[in-house]
Design a protein around this ligand. Structure first.
Ligand code: OTU
Length: 644
């Protein structure tokens, strides 16, 4: 498809504006409308070009472009005044998420605080840790029992009634904003649940809504596609299609059989979902976690992941946001090969992205007590385009999958398959050197691939140490938890805490008693937040107090040192295979971060430090003491130091 020219898009805009003026006759004179038109001038050429590249061949292309602009105009007119003020603030300071003051946290509303009203009462707890970015897990209407933790959405405009109402969500977002916190929600736009109105109408035989999904009359095409697809939940749901007898059709279901993939080849689907996205933005959501982006577009003979049109679609959603909700930014959730992850990150696509390579490498170093893989492979891909940022995490609500770039491992003479298997055994506690209490997830019997479930504390050895009542091991487990968080809070990007990790919550096996959760082992690491345990954070001698205070200190150190601003991280060769090291510098301040993954003291020769420009005397701002290193610097077991 040839790309459109600037001239074509300008001409189209003129024609479309004339028609839009007729649709919104009472608005066109207003200042609000003028603001909309000036944004259109800026961003319509981009949007038009993207739509043209995706949908250009459809006979009714122009009809759809007009409908899409109507969605943008209506959403802008519906946007509340306080959010329009936020738009103006963000336009003046678009890269707010790069600030060292930003600290993220994620939680399920029901598990953390019962409901939205309960959550408002917990804002002070979040403020105590310094949270400024709050990701609430999907809270929309979902099929009872079959909801994939909220990722099967039946309506993007109605909440799960046990959590609250849309009005309460709007109130919460306003209160968070007043308290200096940004609300982050998921945009689950690859699929809807099979109880979404569109799916129900499709089931009832409405052809228009059947074209919202990908349906096939027999196995012919599904078989063709499956030749090159990888199953995502092989345990729960083999293959990528589900047969519905009432329809007599096979439906594309990448994830569970109740999650129907949307058909983005149909421009009406893009328009409808852009409307849902802007609706969320107008409720006060400042950042969208763009769920499952790799799967948006499908083509026979390919893996149907990370295809070019998936990128173009996200860019088209982004252009819609620039026009109708400029404060909105996107975070990419692409848990794919390291080289593919970065392709989603740019100001025109997703401003932020999870950083699975860091997460995976951190766990690898925890298991091997060795930092060489971190030192070798992380620096290769850490640099992001201007204005973009990583969201760093130790673990999230999903499993941990060993997403290394195989090439990197071969270069280090490590067999990737064997090494993944070692890590799986290690985190299930099956290796002699292990302290972890994880569980295998989605073992693929064909490939032998598997992923790991478990909370940070249980994977770091706290569960085992507490059971064995071993103070020394308890201390080491706490140090591992703090070591991981130290890197999270200092390396370039937004640190994202899984709420509960800051008080060392352990694996929770109670999900087996809930038929909605049993069978999905990711619930092992999604325990209800334990507020009694959280109370013990006030006792500095308690396990909870030691972890909580350690993380609190990291949060404060991050906020008080502008070296942690922005994303730039200069990785260094520490000369010691157990020690991971990097410089953070900004506005004239420079801090050398060193992480010892070994359970033994590790030395760094003073000559190496001198070469890195360090003096003989410096301060470790974590330990709060002055260090004189004339001969060498010795790091304690599992110590993290930030030197300046
Ligand atoms: C996401 O995860 C969510 O985080 C999961 O909780 C959902 O179940 C799922 O989407 C469906 O909505 O495969 O193992 O590359 O890896 O989107 C988790 C992206 C997943 C996928 C990711 C997906």
């Amino acid at each position: 498809v040839p790309t459109s020219t600037a001239k074509e898009s300008r001409l189209s805009l003129q024609r479309l504006l004339a028609r839009l003026h007729k649709t919104f006759p009472d608005e066109v004179e207003s200042a609000d409308w003028q603001a909309f038109e000036s944004r259109l001038e800026d961003h319509f050429p981009v949007l038009f070009d993207l739509l043209w590249r995706i949908y250009g061949p459809s006979y009714d292309f122009f009809f759809h472009v007009e409908a899409i602009l109507q969605t943008a105009a209506q959403s802008w007119l519906d946007r509340p005044g306080d959010l329009k003020s936020l738009d103006a603030i963000r336009e003046g300071h678009p890269h707010w998420y790069q600030s060292n003051r930003v600290v993220g946290a994620m939680a399920y509303v029901d598990l953390f605080a019962g409901d939205l009203a309960g959550l408002r009462e917990k804002i002070s707890y979040l403020k105590e840790i310094g949270v400024t970015y709050l990701h609430l897990m999907p809270l929309f209407k979902s099929p009872a029992g079959d909801d994939d933790g909220g990722y099967a959405i039946s309506s993007y405009r109605d909440l799960d009634p046990s959590i609250g109402t849309m009005d309460e969500l709007r109130e919460l977002s306003a209160e968070l904003r007043q308290q200096g916190m940004s609300l982050v929600l998921d945009f689950v736009f690859n699929h809807t649940s099979d109880e979404h109105e569109w799916a129900m109408r499709a089931l009832a035989g409405e052809v228009e809504y059947q074209s919202y999904y990908r349906m096939f009359p027999d196995r012919h095409e599904p078989d063709e596609y499956e030749r090159t697809l990888r199953p995502i939940f092989p345990d729960a749901h083999p293959g990528s299609f589900t047969y519905r007898t009432s329809l007599g059709k096979w439906i594309w279901t990448t994830f569970n059989n109740f999650q129907w993939d949307l058909n983005y080849e149909n421009p009406a689907v893009f328009n409808a979902m852009a409307g849902e996205m802007l609706f969320l933005a107008n409720a006060g959501v400042e950042m969208l976690r763009m769920d499952a982006v790799p799967f948006l577009w499908k083509e026979k003979g390919t893996s149907c992941e990370n295809l070019e049109n998936a990128h173009l679609l996200i860019q088209a959603f982004n252009a819609m946001a620039r026009i109708a909700a400029p404060a909105l930014v996107f975070k990419s959730e692409a848990i794919v090969a390291p080289d593919e992850i970065k392709r989603y990150v740019s100001e025109r696509e997703c401003h932020l992205s999870y950083d699975p390579p860091l997460m995976v490498q951190l766990w690898n170093s925890i298991a091997t007590r060795d930092a060489r893989m971190l030192n070798e492979s992380l620096p290769k891909r850490f640099q992001l385009p201007y204005g973009c940022s990583w969201v760093n995490y130790i673990r999230c609500h999903d499993d941990i999958g060993w997403g290394f770039e195989d090439r990197d491992l071969w270069e280090m003479n490590i067999n990737p398959g064997d090494h993944r298997w070692f890590l799986n055994r290690f985190f299930c506690g099956e290796e002699p050197s292990s302290f972890a209490r994880g569980k295998l997830f989605q073992l693929n019997p064909v490939t032998g691939d598997a992923r790991i479930c478990g909370t940070t504390a249980s994977l770091c050895g706290l569960e085992k140490a507490l059971e064995e009542n071993d103070d020394f091991q308890i201390g080491q487990a706490i140090q591992r938890i703090l070591l991981l968080h130290s890197i999270l809070f200092t390396i370039g990007g937004v640190p994202l805490i899984y709420l509960g990790d800051e008080i060392g919550q352990l694996n929770d096996h109670s999900y087996h008693d809930d038929i909605g959760k049993d069978g999905d082992d990711r619930w092992l690491h999604r325990p209800p937040f334990d507020w009694e345990k959280a109370e013990r954070r006030r006792d500095p001698e308690s396990v909870e107090g030691r972890i909580f205070n350690g993380i609190l200190k990291l949060s404060q150190i991050r906020k008080n040192n502008h070296a942690f601003n922005e994303c730039h991280t200069e990785f260094i060769d520490t000369g010691n295979p157990h020690v991971f090291g990097y410089f953070r510098s900004s506005e004239g301040q420079s801090i050398l971060c060193l992480a010892n993954f070994s359970e033994h003291p590790q030395d760094l020769p003073a000559t190496r430090l001198r070469q890195l420009g360090m003096r003989k005397t410096f301060t470790d701002i974590i330990a709060g003491r002055t260090i004189v290193a004339t001969q060498k610097l010795t790091l304690e077991p599992l110590q993290f130091a930030a030197l300046m």
